[in-house]
Design a protein around this ligand. Sequence first.
Ligand code: SOE
Length: 379
Amino acid sequence: MRRSLGIGIIGAGFIGPVHARAARLAGGNLVGVVGSSPGRTRRLATEFGTDPAVASAEDLIAHPQVDVIHICTPNHLHVPLAEAALRAGKHVVCEKPLAVEASGAARLVRLADEAGRVAVVPFVYRFYPTVREAREMARRGDLGAVRLIHGTYLQDWLSDAADYSWRVDAALGGASRAFADIGSHWCDLVEFVTGQRITRLTARLSTALAERRRTAGAAFTTRGGSGPVASVDTEDIAVVLFETDGGAVGTVTVSQVSPGRKNRLWFEVDGSAAAVAFSQEEPERLWVGGRDSSMLLTRGSPANSEASRRFDRLPAGHPQGYLDCFEAFVSDAYRAIAGEEPEGLPRFADGWRSVRITEAVLASARRGDWREVEPCGAP
Ligand code: SOE
């Protein structure tokens, strides 16, 4: 009888508990969850019923019963923690963006390869069954030649000057905020669905709120503090025009200051034969457009491909959502650790590519020109 994987979670906030829940549902044994302070760590140990003696990230990384480290900290800590975990022989699940600079991401890819460890990044929107169905349609040629890829990723949680997050501070989140945080998801998703790669882009960034009231320990949903005013050096909005290696063109608009848009990731892929459109806030349907007729494909339909039905947990009409995607991602990560090859698992190499695209966006926005996005190749 194989021992359950021992799991350590570093970082809590909004996403740490999501990782912990998915890890347990995937059969992991939660050894410890550490937060940003000793007091927070003690409260997390009580909340999750884990070993109170585990008091730090270092304790988890060194712990003999921990096989997998999940990193859910602010972005600037991803590389040092992932590097320490890999060197300690642990498998790693590291939140996106994998790194705030491509050089750090490349080093992690190389380390994971050398250590023979599974190292993955939660681009979890790949795990919606309707996304897998869209990918299968593109792979089968149902769309024809892909000509146009377009969409948006819009949120509103930073719409007000009183809204704050560590992500606003470049020293903690990296030089790009909105694009690195959520534009990364959108680009990963459309490349995953179409099989095409963005080869060059031109980008414009906007910091709509040049000052915000700083709030310590702010998380995703923090609503306005009364802290000191801080100047802001990361973007609220990114508008990107791009070309792909398959001859398509595309645009994406990314915003965290769009009132009423909560987590509105939307894309459409337009081909010579048909189009598909996906909306993350309505993930049970996939719009399939045709010149003579269009339809709404339903998640859970027996007519869907095995590629998507692998992720059906409930019958059609019983909506699956974000947490189901997270569970499917962690379950596939642990299957990879067991030696399987689950289709579509986002690895550190995908995280590295994502940071490369972000760096091209930043460089283009600084110069106002077009920038190449080189394939990542060998780290
Ligand atoms: C905040 O923008 C955030 O939590 C992102 O960090 C996540 O990656 C995204 O899935 C939801 O919004």
